[in-house]
Write a protein that binds this ligand. Structure first.
Ligand SMILES: Cc1cc2nc3c(=O)[nH]c(=O)nc-3n(C[C@H](O)[C@H](O)[C@H](O)COP(=O)(O)O)c2cc1C
Length: 449
């Protein structure tokens, strides 16, 4: 894409996201996640800090794989309780001008006609600053609460997701002509009926005649984010995603993923350079290296290892309470999140991980690298990844809220700005900010073909 370092704040409308135990740090504000004022402050800080977007992860279901019980997850706030992120967006958009909002929604438990309407509405209300992070959901407990007897297998989830997006693309891109809305009061014609078309979708999972119920929004299709890591997930991402986020602890793991997905995107007739990559990263910054290292030690000591095991058990669909802590993790193809499995079994071919090591490492931001240093050292590392690993920026993972974000904005942002590494944020839409071009999907994307 460019030499800019694009930044997304990776967060969740919940007490805990990916750093179990962090809510107990002195001064941590995670419990304020239910307050609108908390989120409007986060939005203002992220915009001031040069972030492109706030990225909201989201989950359905409760983490009950560990010990075959939900007790640890509920007791330790493992992504429970968690509120719906969608409703935060208008409030956060109201207090910002350019900040984008990536919202995670599941294609497994929603209907595309309904979701297309939700995102059109958000895109209107944010003047084109919204992205859709497409997930297929991994917790069995979600499936059972949403009317199924068991979780759909991954192949079916992704098949459904492909068709789901095709329905959405048709509603967003093809249903309303650009000049359909005329608002001609003299003739009494708000919309020219000939400019609004059915989509007549008939498929394996959905029959949707259309037309779309919303007039075109600035971006029409929201920016499409995805994070598939399995073979099927990578195909899905290569076909659909404009931006991909991943979480691998090593440069090699991220590089392999980036190169593989760019090749696959080219096979779909897409421009491989128009796929943006955002690995997760956990910055721990201090005014000096020693201060940063001391902070890192404090954060490490605050990790809730058991809660981390409960979180990972859900990610892997593997009950880690049943394994000996010194047992090595063997590679499997999981029906839950393959990326988490690959992080431990493939991202460094020379390393084997035991259950204990996995739990200790993952307590700060799960499987992403932790970058500890003074502002120059952290900026050097971010710049180096963009130059050498071929990524476009980062999903910045918080540990202490809002301390981690505040530290970053106070210390790292000025350094990145000084080096001219932050994008200018002068585009009209999130897509323009990320790719430096117009508000619409490129012609090579399947939604436009
Ligand atoms: C870094 C990362 C973050 C993810 N965040 C979410 C999330 O917030 N909600 C969700 O339901 N799935 C999330 N997932 C799951 C994926 O989107 C995907 O559905 C899952 O990994 C299964 O596909 P895969 O095995 O092809 O990766 C995440 C995956 C990764 C690697």
């Amino acid at each position: 894409m460019s030499d800019y370092v694009h930044l997304n704040l990776f967060t969740m409308n919940a007490v805990e996201h990916v750093s179990p135990g962090s809510w107990r740090h002195p001064g941590d504000r995670s419990a304020e996640y239910t307050d609108r004022e908390y989120w409007t402050e986060v939005a203002r800080t992220a915009e001031r800090g040069g972030f492109d977007a706030v990225f909201f992860a989201d989950v359905r279901g409760v983490y009950d794989v560990y010990g075959d019980d939900r007790e640890t997850a509920v007791e330790r706030a493992v992504q429970t309780p968690a509120n719906d992120p969608t409703y935060l967006v208008p409030a956060m958009a109201e207090v910002t001008d350019e900040l984008g909002f990536a919202v995670t929604r599941s294609t497994t438990y929603q209907h595309p006609y309904e979701l297309a309407r939700q995102f059109s509405t958000l895109d209107h209300l944010t003047d084109g600053r919204v992205a859709f992070n497409v997930v297929t959901s991994y917790l069995e407990s979600a499936a059972i609460n949403l009317g199924l007897d068991e979780r759909m297998d991954k192949q079916t989830r992704y098949d459904r997701a492909d068709e789901f997006l095709d329905v959405c693309y048709a509603l967003w891109e093809d249903s309303w002509d650009e000049d359909a809305v005329v608002r001609d009061a003299d003739r009494g014609v708000y919309t020219e009926p000939d400019g609004v078309h059915r989509i007549d979708h008939e498929g394996e999972f959905f029959d949707v005649p259309g037309p779309h119920g919303c007039e075109p929004s600035p971006q029409r299709t929201p920016v499409v984010f995805q994070a598939g890591s399995s073979e099927r997930g990578r195909e899905f991402a290569a076909r659909n995603a404009e931006a991909v986020f991943c979480s691998q602890p090593t440069e090699e793991g991220v590089r392999e993923y980036v190169e593989d997905l760019r090749e696959r995107a080219a096979d779909y007739g897409r421009d491989p350079d128009r796929l943006a990559f955002f690995p997760g990263i956990v910055p721990v910054v201090g005014e000096t290296t020693a201060a940063a290292e001391a902070k890192y030690e404090r954060l490490r000591n605050g990790v809730d290892v058991e809660a981390t095991l409960a979180l990972l058990s859900g990610f892997l669909d593997m009950d880690l309470s049943e394994l000996d802590p010194d047992q090595k993790i063997d590679h499997i193809e999981t029906d839950a999140i393959q990326g988490t499995m690959n992080a431990f079994t493939q991202s460094d071919p020379d390393r084997e991980w035991t259950v204990r090591e996995v739990a200790e490492f993952s307590g700060l931001g799960t499987t992403s690298p932790v970058v500890v240093g003074d502002p120059t050292e952290v900026a050097d590392e971010l710049q180096r990844w963009v130059a050498e690993v071929g990524v476009d920026g980062f999903n910045v993972k918080e540990v202490v809220r809002t301390g981690s974000l505040d530290d970053f904005v106070e210390l790292v942002t000025p350094e990145l700005r000084e080096r001219g590494l932050l994008p200018p944020h002068d585009a009209d839409t999130l897509r323009g900010t990320l790719f430096g071009d117009g508000p619409r999907l490129p012609e090579t994307h399947p939604a436009r073909r």
